[in-house]
Write a protein that binds this ligand. Structure first.
Ligand code: CP
Length: 307
């Protein structure tokens, strides 16, 4: 039984297949409308979400399937002390696939070991968020026409931002990628990501605190929110939360074909005045997330022999 915990659970060939499938869904939605008829997805979210949860649910409905979910962790038996493993084992008796988000790193892996159906990690603490990365890859592919040979700026909370860690892992497997890591000193990319991915694979990268100096060289600018919920004290969050704010003024120095991305939710790090700039791609990312989750559900249910 195959579960998806990390973006590295996919080979590059599989990522290409998922992108191709998502693109075919975009072109021919009607031919997928009954693909999952009679099948069920459960969304188990122990942490807040708008996009990931709703896009999984929209994805399953658009494949002709159904969705069950718990209203919130506090209204489930987790509030009585039931373990994640028991919750997932239980829910897997009712459905064909589970998408789960949890505040603890490794929770999805634990869940996958007891579930009787595939588990998809919809975000585990500050660790990783593979299906956001699927949305990001499709967005980059559609915007740039390629996944190779580009300079990617990652800006904001690179320490706790799980989407950043997954995207570094994914893009490091393509040729000609350079990373520019823009963050306050306290929110740098964790050393294990630099050691295991960037240094281990010889991927060129620079770390800087100076946003304006590096913005002209970027092909992709991936902005991120400072993750308030992962801070140990509010004082540090308040001091760091507005470290980098993308404004139309700042964008004047960027390339004309820059793609501005953000996994969302945004708090203050991209001015709403940027939304009308043709380089803003973050709401396209939202839509691409649904198509990639449709492709993923199809792939896992086919592999499991469920469809
Ligand atoms: N990008 C993302 O994971 O958004 P949500 O937290 O709203 O699901």
């Amino acid at each position: 039984m195959r579960s998806i915990i990390d973006i590295l659970d996919f080979s590059v060939e599989e990522l290409d297949e998922l992108i191709a499938c998502a693109r075919d869904i975009i072109e021919n939605p009607a031919s997928y409308a009954d693909s999952c008829r009679g099948k069920k997805l459960a969304t188990l979210f122990f942490e807040p979400s708008t996009r990931t949860r709703m896009s999984f649910e929209a994805a399953m409905y658009e494949l002709g399937g159904n969705v069950i979910s718990m209203a919130s962790a506090s209204s489930s038996s987790a509030a009585k002390g039931e373990s994640v493993a028991d919750t997932v084992k239980t829910v897997s008796q009712y459905v064909d696939v589970i998408a789960m988000r949890h505040p603890k790193e490794g929770a999805a892996l634990v869940a996958s070991r007891t579930a009787d159906v595939p588990v998809i990690n919809a975000g585990d603490g500050g660790h990783c968020h593979p299906t956001q990365t699927l949305a990001d890859l499709l967005t980059i592919q559609r915007e740039k026409g390629r996944l190779e040979n580009m300079t990617i700026g990652l800006c904001g909370d690179l320490k706790f931002g799980r989407t950043v860690h997954s995207l570094i892992n994914a893009m490091s497997r393509y040729e000609g990628i350079k990373f520019v890591l823009i963050s306050p000193e306290e929110l740098k990319v964790p050393s294990y990501v630099k050691r295991d991915v960037l240094k281990n694979k010889g991927i060129p990268y620079v770390q800087t605190t100076d946003f304006d100096e590096v913005i002209p060289e970027l092909d992709i600018l991936y902005m991120t929110r400072v993750q308030r919920e992962r801070f140990f004290n509010e004082e540090d969050y308040l001091r760091l939360k507005d470290s980098y704010i993308l404004t139309p003024e700042r964008l004047k120095n960027a390339k004309d074909d820059l793609s501005v991305m953000h996994p969302l939710p945004r708090v203050n790090e991209i001015s709403v005045a940027v939304d009308n700039d043709p380089r803003a791609c973050y709401f396209k990312q939202v839509k691409n997330g649904k198509y990639m989750r449709m492709a993923l559900i199809l792939k896992l249910l086919k592999e499991a022999g469920t469809i």
